[in-house]
Design a protein around this ligand. Sequence first.
Ligand code: WAQ
Ligand code: MG
Length: 263
Amino acid sequence: MDYYSLKMRASQQEGEGEQKHEQHISGAERIVGRDSVEAVCTAMVRRAMNHSKGDPDVINVKIEKVCESDIQILKALPVTRVDVDTWQDGLEKAFGLINKTVSDGLLREARNDEYEVLIKDFAQKLPELLRATFPMRGAMLYDVATGERLEPDHERGVRATYMDALRSSEVDGCKNHFNEAIVLATKVANAPGMVAEFCVSDDPNYVTGYVASKELGYVRIMKMKEMGDENGGRIFLFDSRKASAEECIEYLQKKKVLVEIRK
Ligand code: WAQ
Ligand code: MG
């Protein structure tokens, strides 16, 4: 079967003359069989035209043929759910899971005792790293082995693209946070050198976030921020002793992935 990748990006023009710049309002991407291209394209445009952030000035749609043999099929990470009373409890739970995963990973690869210092430093830095992601459009790529940020552009961050749910033929016009997140998290967890991912939505009405890794699976944490808060971000935690940053970024940005969701 022939597959196509579709990507939509909608924006508004802000300001005049020299000051003019594009403000992102919505985006979506799919990988679908050729029979679905037209319907999915229509649904994407509908989504862009009905976004709560307002009418777009520009909608870009890019449609590319994808060779079936270039597509990697992955099983979705297993999903668990953590209920919490307050968003503070949720955030603490998420930090705890990430710290444990990162320290286990560091110890497994440890060649000397300097990793104890790294582990302590990391736990202290994590809330600060999260705050640093708030203005970013993509994710922070953080090297747990050196404490360095590896995104080529710190303001933009790294974006995972070219992924979709396998045989998801639905052409829904509105965003399903969970479905999109499980696909992204599964691709990210399978990237070379990846240790874990931390995610809080930047949608002010969506307070559920997650932490994920191959070992943890996808752990939904039902409250991770205050309702109405528009700060969100993603951190990809990576270990440079396991793979090079280049191959990890190449995988996140270029590899075509379809994720088989367990029903
Ligand atoms: N690659 C890397 N980073 C991204 C990408 C991407 N493709 N898309 C978004 N981000 C970053 C960006 O900085 C956003 O501000 C941040 O992640 C959050 O993105 O189980 O909706 O699209 O119900 O707002 C979690 C679902 C939903 C939890 C997450 O993220 C659940 C969500 P958003
Ligand atoms: Mg968002």
